[in-house]
Design a protein around this ligand. Structure first.
Ligand code: 5GP
Ligand code: MG
Length: 182
């Protein structure tokens, strides 16, 4: 049986202050290029994207468009299927845009690597990648995001947009799913 751990891994206020830091860093690096087109990966990224994009606006960054992309690599449970399915792609022309590709978490690296290549085919000016969470010990393909909120150990996390079988997305903090050994 899988249950949610009692103590949060990352608390609400820690997430908020790290997002403000990330927004400052991204603004300092990207402001000079002009408006940014944000590409949040659904579904897990919706909460992070909502907070980060507003933090970027506070820093004076212009977001010209938000283009959602739905990809899926996980079936149900806590193990990856290894193949990435694009369930809903982008219809906007990304040519010459400054893309900020956002994801909730990078694990094996397959999803972000694949999606970055896919967007690269649309000839944007640049693609920067940002993920709230990173599990570097789990990487199976070479991929380093440009911005990472928190590096974490190999645990299965939920909350703040991330799910376990579609549950827990609305938790305001990041928690851990633990397997109870009976
Ligand atoms: P990757 O392709 O890097 O292996 O997997 C990335 C995707 O796997 C994430 O966008 C997320 O949907 C899912 N994922 C990886 N680790 C976790 C985790 O600890 N919790 C949840 N809820 N999803 C995860
Ligand atoms: Mg995801």
């Amino acid at each position: 049986m899988f249950t949610l751990s009692h103590t949060p891994l990352i608390k609400e206020d820690e997430i908020a202050s790290r997002i403000a830091d990330l927004a400052r860093m991204i603004a300092d690096d990207l402001r000079r290029y002009g408006p940014i087109t944000a590409v949040p990966m659904l579904r897990g990224c919706f909460v992070f994207a909502a907070d980060l994009l507003r933090a970027l606006s506070r820093e004076g960054v212009e977001i010209d468009e938000v283009c959602f992309l739905t990809a899926s690599s996980y079936g149900s449970g806590t193990t990856s299927s290894g193949t990435i399915k694009v369930l809903q792609s982008i219809t906007t022309d990304l040519k010459d845009r400054n893309i900020l590709l956002l994801d909730d978490i990078i694990d094996t690296g397959r999803t972000l690597k694949h999606i970055k290549e896919l967007l690269g085919d649309m000839q944007p000016s640049r693609i920067m990648t940002c993920t709230l969470l990173d599990k570097p010990s789990r990487r199976e393909v070479e991929f380093e995001p440009d911005y990472v909120g928190f590096s974490i150990n190999d645990v299965f996390v939920v909350g703040y947009g991330l799910d376990f079988d579609q549950k827990y997305r609305a938790l305001p903090y990041i928690g851990i799913i633990e397997e109870q050994i009976a």
